[in-house]
Structures are given as C-alpha cells and as structure tokens.
Design a protein around this ligand. Sequence first.
Ligand SMILES: C[S@@+](CC[C@H](N)C(=O)[O-])C[C@H]1O[C@@H](n2cnc3c(N)ncnc32)[C@H](O)[C@@H]1O
Length: 472
Amino acid sequence: MGRRKVKIIENLKIFEIGGKGKGVGEASDGRLVFVPHTAPGDLVDVRITKKRKKFFEAVPLRFYEYSGWRTEPFCPHYDICGGCQLQHISYDKQLEVKANEVLNNLRRIGGVEWERSEPIVASPQTEHYRNKMEYAFTDSRWLTAQQIRSGENFDRRGLGFHVPGHWDKILDVEFCALQAEPGNRIRNALRDFAKENSLEFYSPRERKGLLRQLTLRITRSGQIMVLVHFFRHDKKDIALVMNFLKENFPEITSLLYVINPKPNDTIYDLDVELWAGEPYIFETLGELQFRIKPKSFFQTNSYQTENLYRLVKRYAAVEPGQIVYDLYSGTGSISLFIADRAAKVVGIETLPQAVEDARFNAQFNRIDNVEFIAGDAKDLFSGELIREHGKPDVLIMDPPREGLHERVVMQILKLLPKRIVYVSCNSATQARDLARMKNFYEIRLVRPVDMFPHTYHVENIAVLERKTSSDA
Ligand SMILES: C[S@@+](CC[C@H](N)C(=O)[O-])C[C@H]1O[C@@H](n2cnc3c(N)ncnc32)[C@H](O)[C@@H]1O
C-alpha cells in the first residue's frame, strides 16, 4: 500500500475571517483555503485536511508572520476544544468580523438594502457569560498526538467537551472560562470523586457505563442547578454521587438526576428526579423573574439577553392598544418583556414544555395580557388564530437557525403587519427571508448583537416597516 501524500501549502497569506470563524487564504490554483485559529495578516504553512472542488480545509503548521489582530488565548484547552473559535483574536476584532459577516450575508445572499445599521452590541461579559454548560463523561478521553507518541499509559477517563468532528471523542477539561464558578470546581470534583470511587465512565462507542453527562446552570443571582445524567439505574452508586455533590456543594440550589439509556443525549422525553433543593431555579431579566426547569430552554447569556430584549422592545415601539404576535416565543421571555405597552401579546411556540413555562412565567410576573399557544408557527399563524386574537400590528420573530417556513412568510405578506422585528441567530437564512419580503417591507435598521463572545455565532435584529401601498 502506497503512503498517503501529505499535502502542504506553504506561505499562505490569510486575508479574512470566513465561515465558522476560520481564516481564509487563497491557494495558487485560486481555491480558497479555510484554516482555523488563523487571522488576517498571518503568513503560514498549512496541511490540507479536506479537498473539495472549490476549496480546501487545512490546519496551521508553521507561522512566519503573525496578524496584528491576534491576542493570547486565555484558555489552556483552546487548541483542541471546539467550543470557542475566535479566542486568538482581540474582542474588538471579533465584533468587527461578526458585524461584517451579518451585513455581507444580507447583501450577498439576500440582495437587500437597509436604511441604517447600528454598531454591533458587545457582550457586557466576555467571560463567565454562559448560564448553562453541558459536559460529557468518557472512558476514552482525547489524547494529543504527542501524548500518543509518548507511549505512556494514560488514565483515559474524563469529563469535558466533544472534540469537533469526532462524535465519540471527548476532551477532558480542567478549566472553562465561559461559566462562572463554582462551575469548574463542581465538574472537576465530580470527575475526581468518580475516579477515586472507580465509578464507570460512559463509553459512547460501546454504549455502556454509569456516568454519562453533567449539566450545570448558574444564574446571575447565584442559584445553581446541577443535573447528573446516568446511563443506567444503579441505586447505590447514584446515591453515592448525589450525596457527594449535596454534602460538598451546599450552594447547589437544585440537585437533580436523570437516567438516560437511549442512544442519543436528549432528555426531553425522560423523567428528571429531584435529589435535593428545589426542582427549578430563577433568573432575573430586567424587572422580570423567569423560572428555569431542567428541561427548559433559556437564553444562555443572561447579561446580553437583557440588552437584546431591551432593543427588541425599543424597536418594536408598541403603542397602547396594539396587538403583538411573538412567533417562536420559547419560554415567552420576549412576549413578557414587551407586554406592558400592548393590548395583547400572542406567543406561538412548538415545544409544549416551553409554553407551559411561558404561562407560568406570565402568572408569576402578574402579566395577564399574554397568551401562549403550542404548535408549529406554519400551521398556527393562520386565519383561525387571527380571527380569534386579531391581526398583528407588530410582529416579533425569533426563529431557530433554519429561519422562517415559507408558509409563515406567505401569511406575513397576507396580513402585512405595520412593523416587524426579526431576531435571528443565522443571518444567512434571515437574508433569504428578508429577500422574500422586500417588495412589501423597508428594512429600517439592522443591528447585530454578540451573544457568544469567542465563538463565531452572532445574532442580528432587523427592523422592518411596511411600505406604503404606493411603494409596494
Ligand atoms: C431561538 S429560540 C427563541 C426563543 C425565545 N424567543 C427566547 O428568546 O428565549 C427559537 C424557538 O423556536 C421554537 N421553534 C422551533 N421551530 C418552531 C416552529 N416550527 N414553530 C414554532 N416554534 C418553533 C423553538 O422551540 C425555540 O423555542
């Protein structure tokens, strides 16, 4: 068998940051080369890892010149962990990259124009900003090439993050700056305790073991929810783990476990058991309190969510007596945030559990002019619902990455609400949707918001006003 040819591109000049936060250079044949952990101005030799008709993917091998955008990554795991992609770039430049990506997508994919764009909103916290982290246990943690070459016999048990591109490989982590303490302390103590007591770590390949996952939620007020996922029921060992956490971390306000014997990690269809404390925690956004249960969706950066919702409220500019629809309303947080001015807010959300949370949150915050309906927006946002609740004056939409279903767009164009505030976590699908509405709506404002510092993810708010009938 012949040896596989290792393809190296020498002296590649990186000229921009492209999709998924990768640096982009141009090979001699004109194909683009995408290289993670590089920045504009880097001059670098790279090894090709994927060859496609129109582009290459590569990894950096040796740097000759370094970009002026660079800064020292603060995380010891940055080289391998895929959680962050932009830590090597100063925060100012990260913001520039994200804002440009949004505007380029709107221009190139949507072919739309807007009246004005406002500067991207920086996250108030660039570390410790996540209220939720999920870690996986493994019995065969990731080893670096150097560790493998050393021939040493490593303890392969670990607790950490999935390595990008390897569903079954987990990087054991000692430290992560994205969540506040005691996040790191709880994770490390649980892993060490499990090792000392020879508890079985999960094997995703063989689908066996006991300890499977760990979910940590920490709110700004310091409430802490710890959910341990076990693969199988083992009364004695589960009690050992849960009592260890209860006794050593009395600050945990909600201590829970779940048994997940399924091939996948989702727990929406499983019963979560309470071990100690309350079955939920609360987070505060503005004046409002939100209850978070173990299966609840909640925006992960509470600091920036508050800013996002304030902007949505400002841009929605709801006037007294107006009817507002909030499509893809999740746990109802936007609806509740803007309800004080409206005659009524109608939230539509597909997850019954989230609708249940939204209704609870409305009652808890004594807001009675909101209504949450469970179902698919493409089916529910239609004639019958509109006849029951009235036509929207203002429409707010915060869909998942896929953007709007065609039927939702058709219904919008039928109802033609005066103003639309479209929040998106994927400016490519947002661009497509804005293009579908461009004959009927002016884009007054575009405002990106950075919810996830050090990652390539970026949210964008687009504010649309109905064109006067003579323009349409
Ligand atoms: C990006 S989240 C927005 C949640 C909420 N606006 C917030 O800020 O917390 C998108 C929401 O859309 C819901 N969803 C996804 N597909 C849907 C559909 N076809 N119809 C209605 N809701 C949907 C998801 O369950 C999720 O709660």
